[in-house]
Design a binder for this molecule. Structure first.
Ligand code: SF4
Length: 574
């Protein structure tokens, strides 16, 4: 029987509860947002004891279905001031599902000045004081857990940034090979730091695993789902060989790169940092161009990036990081971008937020555009050490802009805009503006339909409706525990949605329809998140893009952002 595991850090107690009936059929983002909405006062300080950090695996996590082992983390965000859900790969979703832990809720905060580790296994959870790993980066924590708990152990941890409660801090997740994935966005690492939890180690040895209501039906549907994903051309010929970095050349072609802090949609040296160049580099050095970060990954969009001496540098080097730090900051050297990515993983900061903050620091004259050595120094000697400058940068693009009086700051709800300029791909601009998460490309990925030619990204027609449709789907997919990239197969293959519905019904024993699972669940999630944000004091004025997107036309298409507030607000008419 699944349970809710509650950890109270105020009195260092652990309790286990029955799952309330209204939560029983939820998972992932639907569950974290439901719990945060129900239990966190919207007006609370996000780094105070009244905020709660909630982890929930997806509705399909722990099953044999491919690409279903995403973990959602939720809380009130110290970065945006609104509700936050951030999803990550790695092994912890599968482990929590197998242990029968539907949600893990960490609440309160200790009065004493000490750090703690939470260990979870089949006998329950224990809180113990942690001294040895405090002040250490995420790589050291994961290595230590591999030795202490076992090579296959799961782990969630914070690095230096989380300990300093920087609002750009993330939560790292150990992957199946001991490498790092992240709950990147929204400063959830600072929330974990505010609870004084350095790490959560998980051991699922000896647990029984999950029960399916209809195993035969599940097996049949899971096979169709898997075949559909494996055969999807964009996955087989794009995502798998090149990772998300395959987008560098495509987005350059579309004129939507964030080059020079969103001054140009194209970058002359884009080939040097492209997915194709990354693959060639990795292959020439004996690394792995395709790598799965979670059990049962059929897509393998991650990679193992090695240096010239074949030594591991980083994994999960994503389009967003490459594009914002590369074209965005005029750094055209993949090795230097990979080195920065490694540092950000180790320090435990969101690479989108940090790349945005670094671009703002360049605007402020702290660094010159193109100064890769300066970026590495800034991360190592300022952010990791928590110097005053490091804390400013570590708190993200918005804080850096405020402190240095820079107005060219690409954020929405104080969260850095990802690596697609919204002027030539207008649907993604609607997503940035309206998502309750703040600027977040994964919340309604309008890039896919635009690149596929299903909609003209330069025109406003249909973009609000497209973003709404995609945000419903993303909220549902984040609740199922499915990788966003599997969405390519779900939307491109007519057999895939029925198979997905069969899997969900066979897992839960329900008899729901596609309509129930996608638009209804998705709209429910968005509505409760929006209500939380309104109660927290966010208004429609925060559903806006920064002024410079409207004031400046972006080359090469010379387009400006031209949605009115009223047009954007129509998003919420559902
Ligand atoms: S598709 Fe990418 S993000 Fe998803 S599990 Fe595989 S490697 Fe991880």
């Amino acid at each position: 029987m699944d349970k809710i595991l509650r950890i109270n850090m105020s009195n260092l107690s652990v309790s286990s509860e029955e799952v309330p009936a209204s939560w029983a059929q939820l998972g992932g983002r639907a569950l974290t947002s439901t719990i945060v909405s129900a239990e966190v006062p919207p007006s609370c300080h996000p780094l105070g004891p009244n905020n709660k950090l909630v982890f929930a695996h997806g509705m399909l996590s722990g099953t044999t279905a491919v690409n279903t082992n995403r973990l959602s983390a939720g809380a009130k965000s110290p970065l945006t001031g609104g509700i936050k859900e951030s999803s990550a790969g790695g092994t912890t979703a599968q482990m929590l599902a197998k242990l029968g832990i539907k949600a893990l809720i960490i609440e309160g905060a200790p009065a004493q000045d000490a750090w703690y580790r939470i260990h979870i296994d089949k006998s329950g959870a224990r809180i113990q004081e942690e001294k040895e790993l405090v002040g250490k980066g995420n790589f050291a924590v994961f290595d230590a857990m591999g030795e202490q708990v076992g090579k296959k152990c799961g782990c969630l941890s914070i690095g230096h940034a989380g300990e300093f409660k920087m609002t750009g801090a993330n939560i790292s997740v150990r992957d199946k090979d001991g490498k790092i994935r992240s709950h990147g966005r929204g400063g959830l690492g600072a929330v974990m730091g505010s609870k004084k939890v350095k790490l959560i180690s998980i051991d699922d040895t000896g647990c029984k695993g999950i029960t399916l209501a209809d195993p035969e039906k599940f097996r049949t549907a899971a096979k169709i789902f898997s075949t559909s994903i494996v055969n999807q051309p964009g996955i087989a010929h794009g995502m798998k060989p090149f990772g998300t970095a395959m987008l560098i050349n495509a987005i350059n072609e579309a004129g939507a790169l964030p080059a020079y802090n969103f001054r140009n949609g194209q970058y002359p040296n884009h080939e040097k940092v492209s997915g194709e160049t990354m693959r060639e580099t990795i292959l020439a050095r004996g690394g792995e161009p395709s790598h799965g970060c979670a059990p049962g990954c059929a897509i393998q969009c991650s990679q193992v990036y090695v240096d010239e001496d074949k030594q591991f540098v980083t994994s999960g080097l994503e389009y967003e990081t490459i594009s914002l730090l590369g074209p965005g900051c005029d750094i055209d050297n993949l090795d230097q971008i990979a080195a920065a990515d490694r540092l950000m993983d180790d320090i435990g900061v969101d690479s989108i937020e940090m790349s945005g903050a670094i671009a703002v620091a360049m605007e402020a004259g702290i660094l010159k555009f193109g100064d890769a050595a300066g970026v590495l120094r800034l991360l190592k000697e300022e952010v990791a050490l928590g110097t005053p400058l490091g804390r400013v940068i570590g708190c993200g693009a918005g804080t850096t802009g405020t402190v240095y009086g820079v107005t060219r700051v690409a954020t929405v709800k104080n969260q850095a805009i990802p690596a697609y300029d919204p002027r030539p791909i207008k649907g993604i601009g609607i997503t940035y503006a309206t998502s309750p998460m703040g600027a977040d490309h994964t919340a309604g990925y309008a890039i896919g339909p635009t690149l596929a030619g299903a909609i003209d990204g330069h025109k406003k027609d249909g973009q609000v409706e497209l973003s709404r449709h995609l945000q419903f789907a993303a909220a549902a997919v984040d609740s199922f525990g499915i990788c966003l990239f599997a969405d390519m197969a779900i939307s491109g293959d007519p057999q895939c949605v029925p198979a997905l519905v069969d899997m969900l019904n066979a897992r839960s024993g329900e008899n729901k329809t596609a309509e129930d699972y996608i638009p209804k669940l998705g709209s429910y999630v968005l509505k409760i998140e929006h209500e939380f944000n309104c109660a927290a004091g966010l208004t429609s004025q925060q559903d806006r893009l920064p002024d410079f997107f409207s004031a400046e036309e972006l080359p090469p298409h010379n387009l400006a952002w031209d949605f009115t507030g009223q047009e954007i607000d129509a998003f919420w008419n559902f």
